[in-house]
Write a protein that binds this ligand. Sequence first.
Ligand code: B1M
Length: 213
Amino acid sequence: MEKLQQLAESVINGKAPDAERLTQELLDEGLTPSEVLNQGLIIGMDEVGRRFRNNEFYVPEVLIAARAMKSGMKILRPLLAETGVKPMARIAIGTVKGDLHDIGKNLVGMMLEGAGFEVVDLGVDVSSDKFIQAVKENNAEAIGMSALLTTTMVNMDSTMKEIEKQGIRNQVKVIIGGAPVTQNYADEIGADGYASDAASAVALLKEVLNLPA
Ligand code: B1M
């Protein structure tokens, strides 16, 4: 099997040491960091997303795959920064104010990173101000909000209102998700889109930012 394909397989199978070794070997063989990222790690993570959507993979497999991807990214990230390769876009993600659930949000972040986005992870219990500050400081093109509680999803609405109030609504796309959240709710609060799972969040973000699928 070709080495790039082996790298993709190592991500799919969640083999972190293999992913790290193969990433280094491919670079030593003369491939650019972008080639290793786009034709190896991202291909693997795309397949993980497909299997997750089709219920062939569950949360544990995705987490293990994401860990493998991260072990390759650890080598590539500084090289990509050096060569000035731009991420597809930057997104600030977080779980909304009052909410401490972060497993789903972390999965979404990992899948987005796996797809080539730069993810600024604001953590949990994130206030409207913190989301807005992160957009301004990082020039983020998008915000991703997660909520797991019916009592905290209303804070997505307050953040939307604050984004409007601060006059940055036309600079930033907003995507939302989490177990109690729905497309209707996204429409109601004026978010750009809702995704029901981490793989769909990748497709949604590309769609709202007009990036190729
Ligand atoms: Co909590 N909890 N919890 N909890 N907890 C739920 C959510 C609950 C449904 C359990 C229940 O009662 N059946 C319930 C909420 C009821 C409601 O409001 N509807 C609940 C409650 C009530 C609470 C507490 C209030 C309990 C208490 O203290 N009395 C408390 C609240 C704490 C707080 O946040 N302030 C609490 C605490 C906790 C723990 C700390 C113990 C722990 C969280 C640990 C952690 O996250 N680090 C926890 C857990 C683990 C759960 C359950 C069991 C699992 C949640 C989870 O991680 N799912 C949950 C019950 C359940 O769902 N079965 C429950 C797996 C994860 C991969 O899925 O997060 O849905 P999910 O993410 C998915 C999608 O939703 C989507 O993609 C992800 C991957 O596919 N997605 C996005 C998520 N964010 C997205 C963002 C996007 C797009 C897609 O765009 C930006």
